[in-house]
Design a protein around this ligand. Structure first.
Ligand code: FE
Length: 199
């Protein structure tokens, strides 16, 4: 994957200093203080790779930022990030449609548990409340997602989590789709991922 270490990737790895400091009062959609965006145009990046849809996509998911059914088991997960163009500019009003297994590794194929779509805000941001998905036979932990800039082609891909033993044996796994900023705060997992669309 890292044949070319982009500035964004270096930033994520902590190998270079952000070009701008955290801005007071600038937060993500859940109120978490966020670094100011790297100035647009500077940092072209590789598009997020497409990965197989798999057998469990259901169209017309509900529009919602939390896909956790009431009373569901599992470690709560907050996933935030942006949808970007390869020139680094954010994509406003992009569709981001998530679906995943529950904490036991089961999909809801008759309803919409752990399924939901949303649209990015004016700064290209999305925010998902979910749980860490469970394992099911043959796969490592993953979240499925479709991302689409307005009137542009749909990207279907998957996100993965660091430190999962199954990553090594999953033929679909790629570090290009590994979430960043994986951390546990008061029992809740947090992660970030910026989708880069070839638009
Ligand atoms: Fe799956």
């Amino acid at each position: 994957m890292d044949g070319k270490l982009t500035r964004r990737r270096l930033l994520e790895l902590g190998l270079v200093a952000p070009s701008v400091a955290a801005v007071a009062g600038h937060t993500d959609l859940f109120g978490t203080p966020a670094l100011a965006a790297t100035p647009a145009i500077a940092d072209a990046d590789e598009p997020t790779p497409a990965l197989t849809e798999g057998p469990y996509f259901t169209p017309q998911s509900p529009k919602r930022r939390s896909i956790v059914p009431a009373g569901a088991a599992g470690t709560r997960l907050t996933l935030t990030g942006r949808v970007l163009r390869t020139n680094g500019r954010p994509v406003a009003n992009a569709l981001v449609d998530f679906w995943q297994a529950d904490a036991r590794g089961a999909y809801d194929n008759s309803g919409y548990r752990f399924r939901g779509h949303q649209f990015t805000d004016g700064q290209g941001r999305y925010a998902l409340q979910s749980v860490v998905p469970g394992l099911y036979p043959g796969r490592t932990k993953h979240i499925h997602v479709k991302v689409q800039a307005p009137r542009k082609p749909l990207l279907t891909t998957q996100l993965f989590f660091p430190g999962v033993a199954g990553n090594r044996s999953d033929s679909i796994f790629t570090t290009d789709c590994l979430v960043r900023g994986w951390r546990l705060v008061e029992g809740r997992r947090h992660a970030r991922f910026d989708f880069v669309l070839a638009v």
